[in-house]
Design a protein. Structure first.
Length: 240
């Protein structure tokens, strides 16, 4: 049966049942939809909620020193600017990035295959220039489907303006509102400034493994994992 002509609660029930929900009901006290979801339906719920959350973007912000910029998700047309952004990152720092960001083909693949429900790059832009990127990574199934991973990178010329702090706070709020319960962030041991920033934003050290990972030149580094719990409102995560 199609959804034409359906409204409100009936349409919500059809959406969720089509996605494979095992149980669905409405709270008599507050009128909120509560759904017991299988994986497919949970992913659908997150997609619907993410679309709602992202309606506030693009968003204008003013940071330290009067820096005015726009926060918004990555778009397909950002390929050239995204490549230029990563080209500005010092070579030593590129060694700490998991992907070969100097390769234009990598940028092209990212911009041609945008899936914000899986990887959400939230950008700070000024005109056609990308100043910073903070990405929220989600697993759509498995043991860690309730945990998001966040990473952030700022253009060298715009550091110390509060861009990383602003972006991580926004991404944390997005994660909370789509129903994630925890956030993780991964670092190499030398990334002391990033470790300090995330600590100030509520992340705690989960583990540190000595000489555990290798950078792009096969040099070993300590692996650091930080994380934080998200206090999720019932309104945004009605999973029984």
């Amino acid at each position: 049966m199609g959804s034409a002509g359906w409204k409100g609660w009936d349409l919500v029930k059809w959406w969720v049942q089509e996605a494979g929900a095992s149980e669905l009901w409405e709270s008599p006290t507050c009128g909120r939809v509560r759904v017991r979801l299988g994986c497919a339906a949970e992913n659908l719920r997150k997609k619907i909620m993410l679309e709602d959350v992202l309606e506030v973007y693009p968003k204008q912000v003013t940071l330290k020193g009067g820096l005015a910029c726009t926060l918004r998700p990555l778009e397909a047309s950002d390929e050239k600017a995204f490549h230029e952004f990563f080209q500005a990152i010092p070579e030593k720092e590129k060694l700490f990035i998991k992907h070969r960001v100097s390769d234009p083909a990598v940028m092209r693949a990212w911009c041609e295959n945008i899936d914000l429900g899986h990887v959400l790059p939230l950008l700070a832009v000024e005109g056609d220039r990308i100043l910073a990127d903070c990405s929220l990574h989600q697993q759509l199934g498995g043991w860690k489907r309730h945990i998001g991973r966040v990473s952030v990178l700022v253009h060298p010329q715009y550091r110390g303006r509060g861009l990383a702090r602003a972006l991580v706070r926004d991404v944390t709020e997005i994660a909370r509102r789509v129903g994630l319960e925890k956030l993780e962030a991964e670092f190499l041991g030398e990334q002391e400034a990033a470790l300090k920033l995330f600590g100030l934003l509520g992340f705690q050290l989960l583990l540190r493994l000595h000489d555990y990972v290798k950078d792009m030149q096969a040099i070993t580094h300590d692996y650091v994992l930080m994380g934080r719990d998200l206090k999720t409102d019932e309104e945004y995560a009605g999973v029984g």
